[in-house]
Design a protein around this ligand. Structure first.
Ligand code: NAD
Length: 352
């Protein structure tokens, strides 16, 4: 019998090839008139193009966004927003840039617009993260949900295959944990299953033909739904493990998700049997964990923790940190089982 509660987030989405051109009119609708454009140093050109598109609606460009939103970067960007009299931010980039816009929304109540160029899905969530003194603090707060998201698949054509695969599997993780969950929510799960189907279909196509705009569009749609599922759903063991490796060992975000996902799905396969079967069906495979492992290999993503800088002697500490506090997860979590799972993941073996 169904037994759930659901609270939507205030999403406002424009999706389509060429949708970026609609930014000025969409800002007008929101009565915003002076945007500080945010980007990483790598995407200065994208940021500059947005400033040019906005014309008099642009307050300036801040192109120093970096991974995991250091508190100093957020403070520096806020100072710049105040100096320029900005009334909102427009983030163009991946999760790092979206995260900076969210931090300014949290700290100063600045409305934020996100123009995602990866499949991180952060633009659809209420999750924020800020790193202070080497520690990343995260939380959920509706104020960080972007006032507008513009998805323009053409902007993702420059995302190299080596980044697109792990980025898409980062989105996949957000969806998967909300199907194989002990707090199954049918509305969240329906978004998540559609995300799994879209990502499973599109990611291999992107690797084979990086200019396939239809595949890029489907992957971005999958990321949108996956982020929506995470934003209105739950996290469990998988996100705890990724947070542990990212926070304690500074591993790259999307790759960490890619490597650990098949193993965390296998870990919960028995306890969340029905959801795991639905994931397999959405992936079009017999076994969800093996299917995700194969998909990672197919898209050329790393499949071993040893490939992203983790040493075998780090695994004890990782298992200890990950199991320090209770985890809301379908299968009970024990240090010994997590340690064994991490050994497999470190070696790049198939999930068991
Ligand atoms: P990223 O934003 O760090 O981007 C990686 C690199 O790729 C950057 O140099 C970026 O400029 C570049 N790039 C992005 N799009 C590009 C494109 N189309 N073409 C060429 N280069 C491009 O990486 P990410 O994986 O998108 O985001 C990771 C961060 O997002 C982490 O800090 C993670 O914690 C956060 N995140 C947060 C949430 C959330 O809900 N709050 C969800 C997912 C990820």
């Amino acid at each position: 019998m169904l037994d759930f509660s659901y609270r939507a987030l205030p999403w406002n989405i424009v999706f389509g090839v060429g949708a970026l051109a609609r930014l000025p009119e969409e800002l007008d609708k929101l009565k915003l008139s002076s945007a500080l454009v945010l980007a990483t140093p790598h995407q200065t050109a994208d940021g500059t193009a947005v400033v040019e598109l906005l014309g008099e609606r642009a307050a300036g460009l801040y192109d120093k966004a970096v991974m995991h939103v250091p508190a100093e970067t957020a403070a520096d960007a806020l100072k710049e927003a105040e100096r320029l009299g900005a009334d909102c931010t427009v983030s163009i980039g991946g999760g790092s840039t979206t995260g900076l816009g969210k931090a300014l929304a949290l700290k100063a109540g600045l409305p934020n617009v996100a123009i995602p160029t990866t499949y991180a899905g952060s633009e659809m969530t209420n999750v924020w993260g800020i790193t202070e003194a080497g520690r990343k603090v995260t939380g959920r707060d509706e104020r960080v949900v972007p006032n507008l998201v513009i998805y323009d698949p053409a902007l993702t054509l420059t995302l190299p295959a080596g980044l697109a695969g792990p980025s898409g599997l980062n989105a996949m993780a957000q969806a998967v944990v909300n199907v194989a969950s002990n707090a199954l929510n049918p509305i969240v799960a329906s978004m998540a299953l559609d995300a799994i189907r879209a990502l499973a279909r599109s990611l291999p196509r992107i690797i084979e033909a990086p200019d396939d705009l239809a595949a890029r569009s489907e992957a971005l749609y999958g990321a949108c739904l996956a982020g929506g599922a995470l934003g209105t759903g739950v996290t469990g063991l998988h996100h705890r493990l990724c947070h542990t490796f990212g926070g304690t060992f500074n591993t790259p975000h999307a790759e960490t998700h890619t490597i650990l996902l098949p193993h965390s799905v296998a870990y919960n396969a028995e306890a969340a049997a029905e959801g795991t079967q639905r994931i397999a069906e959405a992936l079009g495979v017999a076994d969800a964990a093996q299917g995700l492992f194969e998909l990672a290999r197919r898209v050329g993503a790393p499949t071993a923790l040893s490939a992203i800088g983790i040493r075998e002697e780090d695994l004890d500490r990782a298992a200890a940190v990950a199991t320090e506090t209770p985890i809301n997860n379908p299968a009970p979590v024990t240090h010994a089982q997590i340690r064994a799972m991490l050994q497999n993941a470190w070696q790049g073996l198939a999930p068991v």
